[in-house]
Design a protein around this ligand. Sequence first.
Ligand SMILES: *Cc1c(COP(=O)(O)O)cnc(C)c1O
Length: 463
Amino acid sequence: MNTLLRQLPQVDALLGAAGMASLVSAYSRQEVAAALRAALEALRRDVKAGHLTQLPDFEADAFAESLAGTIDAARRPNLRPAINATGIIIHTNLGRARLAPEALAAVQAAGADHSNLELDLDTGRRGSRYAHVEHLICELTGAEAALVVNNCAAAVLLSLMATAQGRKVVASRGELIEIGGAFRLPDVIQQSGAILKEVGATNKTRVKDYEEAIDPETAVLLKSHTSNYQIVGFTHAPRREDLAALARASGTILMEDLGSGVLVDLSPYGLTDEPVVSAVLKSGVDIVMFSGDKLLGGPQCGIIAGRADIIRHLKTHPFCRAVRIDKLSLAALEATLRLYRAPHDPFRSVPVLRAIVQPLEAVRARAGRLAAALTASGLDDVTIVPSEAFVGGGSLPQRHLKSYAVSVVLPHQTPDALAAALRKARPPVIGMIREGRFVMDVRTLTDDEVTCVVGAFAGLRSR
Ligand SMILES: *Cc1c(COP(=O)(O)O)cnc(C)c1O
């Protein structure tokens, strides 16, 4: 082992060798040196681990080719498009909502050029960045006023900080959620400087429970969407109208963290559990918070909508400046919101909604195209199977959408190995493993992506 380690050349010595000259001219000295360093480090590890009894031929073409591969990989963006074949339409790990072309064009324009981001073109004076979307949000939700921040977590934190710092927040024990990535409502309340007063039981909370908890120190009644779980069986939660009446009578603010927040009614499509933002506000909730990149189908952001006096107060809070939305997200949000009004139809124009309402026959036809192309490319064990797709993103946790998937088994390859190899494809294909088979739900694929998936399988076999 020690002899092998001693035989490992220095980076500089290799860099000067004849075999490297063409690499250095094709790439750059710096890139070749970095690739050599990585290669030598890997060899050193392998020798130490006893995996290697002989060093490679550093003069051989194969070594130069492997370095070229390393350099090409290093040049590719790390954050790259991937194909979501999981059937989960809003998948946080895969970047949540796809943006509509109109939103992408708006991002392009806002990024490439200067803009009237905070300039009032009528007066020539400083304007508000919120002005670009506030009227649209109000029109679509019926809110008196609105504000947009970096994400929904920030929206909840800001709302509590600005209204309940040092005072009490009453929340039901059935709604103290934790959602992915360490967002726990009790912790968020504590971070805001408010004091949590839990009421009711896990399965049942009544208006009387809230009422009895209210004292002069109480500032907020907080409702939250139980995004990623459901309490079933003997359950009770008060009607929003009744909590709103209680809030008015007690001089407290009724606030609701809606999480996903949908602007249109999805119940004609069988998704009956997701409260529409306008209906929630109409029922008397003072302010609501919801994400931009979940069911709304826009960029990452958090929207706060509701009573004008409260929103005005939030806008002047120092924390609001710390979590303000950036211009690219703002551009994408405005463009996405416009897809909800004439002449557009959001169910056609917003990709998230389109994927949800896509008829089952269309999904079945796509599965058929994918399966046929894979079979035609020489795979033997390809089948179309019924599947369950999910909206995801903390909305409608228990509701699945009927879907279809293509299931593949390759000879001499475990499903795990196949999944790993497809993650390395360009673009990566992310599927699932079910009952010992690699499965791709096609509800989340576009027709172009079907072609990419076929290409990814072809690439596996040509390696
Ligand atoms: C998703 C979610 C959040 C967090 O939203 P982000 O936009 O990811 O910050 C907060 N509350 C609920 C109920 C959610 O579902």
